[in-house]
Design a protein around this ligand. Structure first.
Ligand SMILES: Nc1nc2c(c(=O)[nH]1)N[C@H]1C(S)=C(S)[C@@H](COP(=O)(O)OP(=O)(O)OC[C@H]3O[C@@H](n4cnc5c(=O)[nH]c(N)nc54)[C@H](O)[C@@H]3O)O[C@H]1N2
Ligand SMILES: Nc1nc2c(c(=O)[nH]1)N[C@H]1C(S)=C(S)[C@@H](COP(=O)(O)OP(=O)(O)OC[C@H]3O[C@@H](n4cnc5c(=O)[nH]c(N)nc54)[C@H](O)[C@@H]3O)O[C@H]1N2
Ligand code: SF4
Ligand SMILES: [Mo]
Length: 666
């Protein structure tokens, strides 16, 4: 007899699907989608359909370990939890005494999206006085770009796409990263909607699009402002909306007319005037247009401005007025985390380290030097930019590294103390999504594997060993969830807590308020508080440069960042690490399809296979996926080629804003 336990997909994916765990005698035998989930509606993606293979994986870490080999070798001896915790607490006390607690750096991101486990270390590190981590690896520039013009306005419900007559997927590889949103888009397409894609190459999503507009990397801001120019010059702007609900249309109009004529837009983006006009017209004339923007186009030196310019285009074209501009679901403010993360526990302000500059932090940062790194729910040896700098840092003999993980990842190999983590089905959590408004509460479906512990239990034990007591350390995970749900939040008025408690998906309603939640109450095309009052053209980092190819390092279909790299069944579908080049770029380099090649720039080299394809334009090289070193030909993945430079605002990563060249191997 098996039972079905309701849960949620824990991964860093906008879809945050409803999951049912099929459990037999305390063991997970299968998972399936929860048909009662109003957004994901019963299906899972190819990565998650066999989650039991992750949970029951023979390579799961099952007990604490202490390093015996050289750094990075991955040789350990078994230890007890008591020994491991005492060792860590002892080393941290000694480091704090000698160098100050800021010499200890936490490093975590989104291995799990559950609010409890994801934020489990914050209160502890605040109390310890450790360095703070600026968690900006994903898309803070996207949020900054939106905020500059729309303030805290919540995004629409993503299901609006199902009744659209035009959907523009703008820089989103939805087949890989937003599959359930695509289901709504496909419904619309069945009813006659056109589906257009704006991307730098023909991604997997091109197969479901009626048209693909191929643009130069980082040129979306130029395209958006060029379209604003055309809307203005053709009399297609939504003047009534702009007069009533926007600030600064005359100023933006004048700037776009002066600075963004079609010829310039063509030079900057690669799209000719007829294509520009077609896009502008379609957006202005559609009955129910939807623009869905991804995050990739924000990972550039001009990323925030690109997003802000597209948001301005949405306003000028009438897409915003028709409720069709979708960037993300803004559920962050629904659950104020302060009572759990306790920034007030910091005795004094501690320095902040940008997570995109980990390589710098471990190898160059002084005052004080980082002497200990504590990694949980992240795999920086693979996912952080400038992999060679990160690996040099991790290899430091004088760096005391603690890693809490489910698998022996590239980062875990460098641990001095390696601790086993539970999977989402072994612990409790509360899940909100950045792609829709449905919330779920999950209770453990199965007992922990071996001696694995959830993040929160790890930090409770560390707190005890360091003599930290009181709230929140005295609460178990369910206690923390209750704390979060009792926070004074206007989002939780009328929220069905009983249904949530019973494991059912519950939809959040954004609190009532003005339509545009900006200081002026209007869409701020002109934002007088911003150092750049109007959207305008900004350069990328890699627009110019000696090397001939722009590098795209997008998400892969059968992995999620470096998660799922443990799964051999998915590796088989993924195929080897490869770089995609156009036929012309391959020919000039004497590279044949399938050949062994080396991609390189000033930061490093990556050995991989070439895939020659017309899906990629000249001047571009595409390397998808964030591979573990064991799946590479030379021990390095694409991040050996990505820089630690930051975005124009908010300290974001610029993974997509780099130049490389490719040569034949040997
Ligand atoms: N299968 C799978 N799913 C994932 C992930 C994964 O790695 N694999 N990652 C997860 C994570 S962490 C996140 S943040 C989310 C979203 O993950 P993101 O990485 O934000 O992915 P997308 O939003 O699809 O944006 C990537 C798309 O942007 C395109 N792009 C890059 N530069 C430009 C540009 O200058 N202009 C335009 N128009 N397009 C550009 C890329 O070619 C790609 O198609 O997805 C999550 N889901
Ligand atoms: N080149 C390139 N690099 C990228 C990107 C890209 O597009 N191109 N995308 C970037 C983006 S958008 C992001 S968000 C980052 C993501 O960076 P990360 O959040 O570090 O993502 P993952 O690689 O998924 O690593 C998460 C790790 O957490 C572990 N884990 C899962 N659940 C738990 C848990 O409950 N507890 C603990 N302790 N561990 C757990 C998993 O086993 C996994 O090894 O990567 C970035 N890196
Ligand atoms: S990874 Fe995304 S699409 Fe796949 S099951 Fe999880 S939430 Fe759904
Ligand atoms: Mo991300």
């Amino acid at each position: 007899m098996s039972t079905l336990v309701p849960s949620a997909c824990p991964y860093d994916c906008p879809d945050a699907c409803g999951l049912l765990a099929e459990v037999e005698g305390g063991r997970l035998v299968a998972v399936r989608g929860n048909a009662a989930h109003p957004y994901s509606r019963g299906s899972l993606c190819p990565k998650m359909v066999h989650y039991e293979r992750t949970v029951n994986h023979p390579d799961r870490l099952t007990h604490p370990m202490v390093r015996t080999g050289v750094k990075g070798e991955g040789k350990f001896r078994r230890a007890s939890w008591d020994e491991a915790i005492a060792l860590i607490a002892g080393r941290w006390k000694a480091i704090a005494a000698e160098h100050g607690a800021e010499a200890i750096l936490p490093y975590s991101y989104a291995g799990t999206m559950g609010l409890v486990q994801r934020n489990a270390g914050h209160a502890f590190f605040h109390r310890l006085g450790a360095s703070q981590l600026d968690r900006t690896i994903c898309s803070p520039a996207k949020s900054a770009g939106i905020e500059a013009i729309l303030g805290a306005t919540p995004g629409p419900d993503p299901s609006v796409a199902s009744s659209a007559d035009l959907v523009v997927l703008w820089g989103v590889n939805a087949v890989a990263t937003n599959l359930h949103f695509l289901a709504y888009v496909k419904e619309a397409r069945k009813k006659g909607a056109r589906v257009w894609l704006v991307d730098t190459h023909q991604t997997a999503t091109a197969a479901v699009a009626d048209r693909v507009f191929v643009v130069k990397p980082g040129s979306d801001g130029a395209l958006a402002l060029g379209l604003v120019h055309l809307l203005a010059s053709q009399g297609l702007a939504d003047e009534r909306f702009l007069a009533a609900e926007a600030l600064g249309w005359p100023e933006l109009e004048a700037a776009a007319l002066a600075d963004h004529p079609p010829a310039r837009t063509e030079a900057l983006t690669g799209l000719d005037e007829p294509a520009q006009l077609e896009l502008a017209r379609a957006l202005a004339e559609a009955r129910a247009p939807v623009i869905r923007i991804g995050s990739g186009l924000s990972r550039y030196g001009n990323g925030a401005m690109n997003v802000r310019s597209i948001a301005a285009l949405a306003a000028v074209s009438g897409v915003l007025a028709k409720n069709g501009f979708f960037w993300d679901a803004s559920t962050g403010p629904a659950f104020p985390l302060g009572a759990f993360t306790r920034p007030d526990l910091m005795a004094r302000p501690a320095r902040t380290v940008n997570m995109n500059r980990l390589g710098h932090a471990l190898t160059e940062l002084a005052g004080p030097r980082v002497m200990s790194l504590c990694v949980y729910a992240s795999n920086p040896a693979a996912v952080a930019p400038d992999q060679n700098a990160v690996l040099r840092g991790l290899a430091r003999e004088d760096l005391f590294t603690v890693v809490h993980e489910r698998f022996l990842t590239d980062t875990a190999r460098f641990a001095d103390v390696l601790l086993p983590a539970t999977t989402s089905l072994e612990h409790a959590d509360l899940y909100r999504s950045y792609g829709h408004y449905v919330v779920q509460r999950a209770r453990p479906a199965i007992p922990p594997l071996g001696e694995a512990l959830p993040n929160w239990e790890l930090f409770r034990r560390l707190a005890r060993a360091c003599g930290f007591d009181g709230s929140p350390f005295d609460l178990d995970a369910d206690g923390v969830i209750d704390l979060l749900l009792s926070a004074p939040s206007p989002w939780l008025k009328g929220f069905d807590l009983a249904a949530l408690d019973a494991g059912r998906p519950v939809t959040l309603q954004p609190p009532p308020g003005p339509r545009w939640r900006t200081p002026s109450g209007k869409v701020e095309l002109l934002n007088p508080r911003h150092r750049e009052p109007l959207p305008r053209l900004l350069p990328t980092h890699a627009g110019e440069g000696a090397l001939p190819l722009r590098l795209q390092t997008g998400p892969a279909l059968y992995s999620l960042n470096s998660t799922f790299m443990d799964r051999d069944d998915l590796a088989a579908k993924r195929g080897p690490l490869r770089v995609r080049l156009s036929p012309a770029e391959a020919t000039v380099r004497g590279i044949a399809d399938g050949a062994r090649v080396v991609a390189f720039n000033e930061l490093g080299e990556v050995a991989l296979l070439a895939e020659v394809t017309a899906a990629v334009p000249d001047g571009l090289a595409v390397i998808e996926g964030v591979h573990w070193s064991r799946d590479t030909l030379g021990g390095r993945n694409v991040n050996a080629l990505t820089s630690q430079r930051l975005t124009d605002e908010a300290g974001g990563s610029t993974f997509y804003d780099n130049r490389i060249d490719v040569r034949r191997a040997g």
